[in-house]
Design a protein around this ligand. Structure first.
Ligand code: NDP
Length: 315
């Protein structure tokens, strides 16, 4: 779908309320541009003023100071590098922010989001925390997934405005930290997959096999072997029910495979450091007598026992 048609189509004239965007890095610029395309009056502020030039050329108003930017709109979208920067920018503006709505799309930890929400409540500021699961060119398109945590009532009130930034605008929970929890969970899968992908190709490179050459074999294999084990309901049920019986592939056989990977890597001079903790956990499972269970039992070694999860409470 055409990006411009999408954003313009969903915003009714009455919903085109003024929006301020604080932070004009790659992501902040994309967010501000989406609001401009959707017809919102947009005020922007960035520490390095020059980054506003293109947006100003497209109709944004550039505030001289963050204070002036906040004063211009009820809706304040914040997208800065870290929560530390967010706090150093917003805390001095608390009085001016009272009664306004902050939607913070900066990436951080779930607890940082919860603490900022507590601060906002104390100061009479409406606050939602969002996690952008997209890159800047996707902003304002139907495919941009943006997850939110915080008061549902606030989300519903501002949904038409939030929707401008992405078709996948999704409310998750009253818990303000949950959007970033989802974000970290997804990104953990991303970096785990990337790192193992690089390791695989380092192994192949020892026999001068290019990434391109390997592609036809890996594509189908990933689709049939790995994708279902990460994305199917059957796979999810194993973790949710914590029942690890298997008659397909048990820890004993998986442990042997892991040893083969580590030994082959050592033989070929590829670093194995990241694989060793997996070996240690697997050895521990075998020592405890779980050799006939599925590899998913490794999950048991990661669940934080000091924090009762809702799934645990239901047990
Ligand atoms: P950039 O590095 O492009 O921009 C960082 C922003 O933070 C700039 O506006 C920068 O201002 C500002 N900043 C940094 N330090 C300070 C400071 N001390 N005082 C004031 N402002 C400061 O990052 P992105 O725009 O790419 O990312 C912004 C947020 O969005 C991050 O939390 C990121 O994780 C998240 N995000 C980004 C994605 C992406 O693909 N880019 C994807 C999903 C989330 P200045 O221009 O003056 O340096």
């Amino acid at each position: 779908m055409d990006q411009h048609l999408f954003t313009n189509a969903i915003v009714k004239e009455n919903d085109r309320i003024p929006v301020t965007v604080i932070g004009l890095g790659n992501m902040g610029q994309a967010l501000a541009a989406a609001f401009l395309r959707a017809g919102h009056p947009v005020t922007v502020w960035n520490r390095t003023a020059g980054k506003a030039d293109l947006l100003v050329g497209n109709g944004a108003v550039q505030a001289e100071t963050a204070h002036e930017a906040v004063a211009a709109s009820k809706v304040i979208v914040v997208c800065l590098s870290t929560y530390e920067v967010v706090k150093s920018t917003l805390i001095p503006l608390a009085a001016k922010l009272a009664g306004r709505f902050i939607v913070n799309l900066t990436t951080g930890t779930p607890n940082k989001a919860r603490l900022l929400d507590t601060w906002a409540k104390e100061k009479g500021i409406e606050y939602l925390d969002g996690a952008i699961m997209a890159v800047p060119p996707m902003i304002g398109t139907p495919n941009a997934l943006i997850l939110y945590g915080g008061r549902k009532e606030l989300f519903e009130t501002y949904q038409p405005v939030l929707q401008v930034m992405g078709g996948g605008t999704t409310y998750l929970s009253e818990d303000t930290g949950v959007a970033l929890l989802y974000d970290m969970a997804m990104l953990t899968m991303l970096y785990g997959a990337w790192y193992s992908y690089f390791h695989a190709h380092a192994l192949l490179r020892t026999a001068n096999i290019s990434a391109e050459e390997f592609l036809p074999y890996t594509k189908d294999w990933l689709q049939h072997m790995i994708v279902p084990s990460l994305t199917s309901s059957d796979a999810a049920r194993i973790l949710d029910e914590r029942q690890y019986e298997t008659d397909v592939s048990n820890i004993t056989v998986n442990k042997l495979t892991l040893d083969h990977i580590v030994n082959s890597s050592r033989e070929l001079g590829v670093p194995v450091d990241w694989l060793l903790p997996i070996q240690t956990v697997t050895d521990g499972m075998l020592a405890q007598g779980f050799g006939n269970d599925g590899f998913e039992r490794v999950f048991e070694s990661m669940i934080n026992r000091s924090v009762a999860t809702p799934l645990d409470q239901n047990r």
